[in-house]
Every structure is written in structure tokens, then in C-alpha cells.
Write a protein that binds this ligand. Structure first.
Ligand SMILES: [Zn+2]
Length: 384
């Protein structure tokens, strides 16, 4: 064999090797998304190519093991905490050379699951739900926007803040009603969903919503959910109303035992008469609840100022300032908690503005910026 044919054979075998190596190309999980609805949680794994999978469910502790092949670990976080009704978290590991293992830690061994793959881009979708009739789901009738959203970030570890958004009122509780019939519950929900849309684009922030449609949620349940989710801050969104139809502008509240600021007591009195607040049983419970929120009083005050400032920059309205009073919806929150009154629905001119999508978007942007400012200042303080 001459030298040239030797080189040709070498080249040919190199090519063969390269093409056979390609057949074993490993794909990887590039992104993990969690979409929690009240009746189920959907987990979406975005994968760089088509992979096969095998699932096994185990009971103690309850978890799903999913082996993906051919696949290798990417730079994604190895462990993602979720903590919703069905999922505690997700872990990724390299099981063997071409097999990536995904472990879904479940909250309940009775949960059932559905798994299927989609193309363009390649995704593996896992849905976990309860096999039984679900009383909470019946109560809240969820649909549409998930109440918890998380997309994993592949950048290096960064603290994740849990932001709880609480659209005021809902269902049989309309809140305040404007002169032409606009309902506070509808404005509050629309603006909250806009804030959620802005926040979900941010890395390092998970969003939870106490309601995502026109359902009635007990005032107690709102902070109870927020505490259960381990929230870092709680923002309740409302529209104002006053006997004087000329009253206008924006004000932000935090909880205090005694009212502070002009008209603060009246606003708290109105918000506290919301349905579901009637059984706040006794003074002792009230004092205990106040104590919970009092630990976060300074932070709540600070968060109020950040949000109020950004809101008044986002829209040209009267700045009524930061005030405080005793709000049932805030006082059980074991985290900084505020209530924003985004305008007076009782004022005919402001009611018309509150109807407009553009105006709602501007308000949402103001609240979003205020939350971001607060988290950034918190980050700075804690890194010192
Ligand atoms: Zn309200």
C-alpha cells in the first residue's frame, strides 16, 4: 500500500468515526418551566434534540424518575425548589454516560401523572395532578394564567425571590363599583396579571398569584397561601373609593395597629368589610396576626415607598403618599406586605382611565419597577 492510499484509508476511517460519533450525540435539558395551576402542575423540559425517556414512580418519598437518553447534563441548576401543591422540586443528574436523570419530588404519593413529548422545539411535558376530586379546586375554579410560574435560569446560582401578587376581591365580592359600573375586582385582576407578565421575564423572581380569575378568595386564605408558598413579599392590588367623588390619586398602605395618614382609617374600614372578613374572631387573633406582620413593619414601609414612588412616576396623578392602617389582608403575612390603591374608581374621570388597557399597563409597570427597586436594594444590603 502506498503512502497516499494509507492516508485515504485514514481519512475515510476518520470520517466514519465522526459520523458514528454523531449518532451518539447527547442532547441536554436547556430549560425547565413550571406552571402551577390549582388542579395540576405542568413541568416543561426544553431539550436540544429528540430524546427517548423511561419513567418510574416511587413512593417513599414520593417521586418520579425520568431517564432521558441520549442526554448529558447542561449548565442548568442541578436542583430547583418549587413547593406548590403537587411538586416539591426537581433534580437533574447524570445517571450513566448517555443518560440524564430527572427526579421530580412530589408532595403526595397518590398523585397521578401524564407524560408526553412535543416537537419544534423538542419538549417533554409532565403533568402531575391529584386522582381524587379536589375540594380546593372546586372552591377556586382556576383557569387560564397559572398562579405560579417559574422558568429555571441557567446562569450561575442566584437567589430566587418569591413575589406574591394578590388581586383584591373577586367572585361575589366586587369591591368598590364606579359610577358607570366598573368593578374594583376586575381592574385589580387585570393590573395584577400585567404585573405578573412583567415579573415573569425577570430571572431570579418567581411569581405566585392568589387568584387568576374571577373567583372569591377568603381574606385569611390569601396570606395563608402566601405563607405556605414561603413568599418574600406580598403585594395586594386594589382600587380606591371615597364619598367625595373628586377624590383622586394613588396611595400605598402597610399594616399598622393604629391608622396613620389622612383617610387611612376609612380605606382600611372599606377594605376590611370585604366578604370573608366577617369572622375575624376576636381581639386575641387580631393581636397575634398584627404581631406577625409587625416583624416586617420597616420593610413593608420601605416597600410601600418604592412602589408609591415608581407609580407616581409612571402616571401623572395625585401622589397621596404612603399611609398605614389595620388591614385584615396584610396582617397575617410573614413577609413584607403592602396594599396599593391604584386610583379612585368612585371618581368618574379616574374610573374612565382605569377602564383603559394602556393606563392599566402603565400602572402595572410602576408597581413592577417599585418591586424591582425594593429587591435590588434588599440584594445590596444583604451582600454587604
Ligand atoms: Zn379593595
Amino acid at each position: 500500500m502506498n503512502k497516499i492510499s494509507k492516508i485515504l484509508i485514514l481519512l475515510a476511517s476518520l470520517l466514519l468515526f465522526a459520523s458514528s460519533a454523531k449518532a451518539y450525540q447527547d442532547y441536554g435539558v436547556e430549560k425547565v418551566g413550571f406552571h402551577s395551576y390549582l388542579t395540576y402542575t405542568r413541568i416543561v423540559l426544553e431539550i436540544s434534540g429528540e430524546v427517548g425517556y423511561i419513567v418510574r414512580d416511587l413512593t417513599s418519598p414520593p417521586r418520579l424518575l425520568i431517564n432521558l437518553y441520549p442526554a448529558k447534563l447542561t449548565s442548568l441548576e442541578r436542583k430547583i425548589d418549587v413547593k406548590d401543591r403537587f411538586i416539591r422540586g426537581l433534580r437533574l443528574s447524570q445517571d450513566s454516560k448517555h443518560v440524564t436523570r430527572v427526579v421530580l419530588d412530589l408532595t403526595n404519593f397518590e398523585s397521578t401523572y401524564n407524560i408526553f413529548s412535543l416537537k419544534g422545539p423538542h419538549r417533554l411535558v409532565i403533568e402531575v395532578k391529584s386522582p381524587k376530586k379536589d375540594p380546593i379546586a372546586d372552591l377556586l375554579k382556576p383557569q387560564g394564567f397559572p398562579y405560579y410560574l417559574r422558568e429555571s435560569v441557567s446562569e450561575e446560582y442566584r437567589r430566587v425571590y418569591k413575589v406574591i401578587l394578590d388581586p383584591g376581591h373577586g367572585g361575589e365580592d366586587p369591591g368598590a363599583i364606579g359610577p358607570t359600573g366598573l368593578k374594583e375586582k376586575d381592574v385589580a385582576l387585570a393590573v395584577t396579571l400585567e404585573v405578573a407578565n412583567l415579573l415573569k421575564e425577570e430571572a431570579g423572581i418567581d411569581i405566585y398569584l392568589t387568584r387568576t380569575d374571577d373567583s372569591f378568595i377568603h381574606l385569611d386564605l390569601r396570606t395563608e397561601l402566601a405563607n405556605q408558598w414561603g413568599g418574600d413579599l406580598f403585594v395586594s392590588i386594589h382600587a380606591n373609593a371615597a364619598f367625595n367623588q373628586k377624590a383622586s390619586g394613588i396611595e400605598t398602605f402597610f399594616n399598622s395597629r393604629y391608622p396613620y395618614g389622612e383617610g387611612a382609617a376609612a380605606v382600611a374600614a372599606r377594605e376590611n368589610t370585604s366578604l370573608g372578613a366577617d369572622d375575624v374572631s376576636g381581639e386575641i387573633k387580631a393581636i397575634l396576626w398584627d404581631l406577625v406582620q409587625n416583624r416586617y413593619r420597616d420593610e413593608s414601609n420601605e416597600l410601600s415607598h418604592f412602589v408609591q414612588r415608581q407609580l407616581c412616576q409612571a402616571i401623572d396623578v395625585e401622589d397621596r403618599g404612603v399611609k398605614s392602617a389595620g388591614f385584615y389582608v396584610l396582617r397575617g403575612a410573614a413577609m413584607p406586605a403592602i396594599l396599593v390603591e391604584i386610583g379612585f374608581i368612585s371618581n368618574p374621570w379616574e374610573e374612565q382611565k382605569l377602564r383603559k388597557g394602556e393606563f392599566r399597563k402603565k400602572i402595572a409597570r410602576g408597581i413592577f419597577r417599585g418591586i424591582k427597586d425594593y429587591l435590588e436594594s434588599y440584594d445590596e444590603r444583604s451582600s454587604r
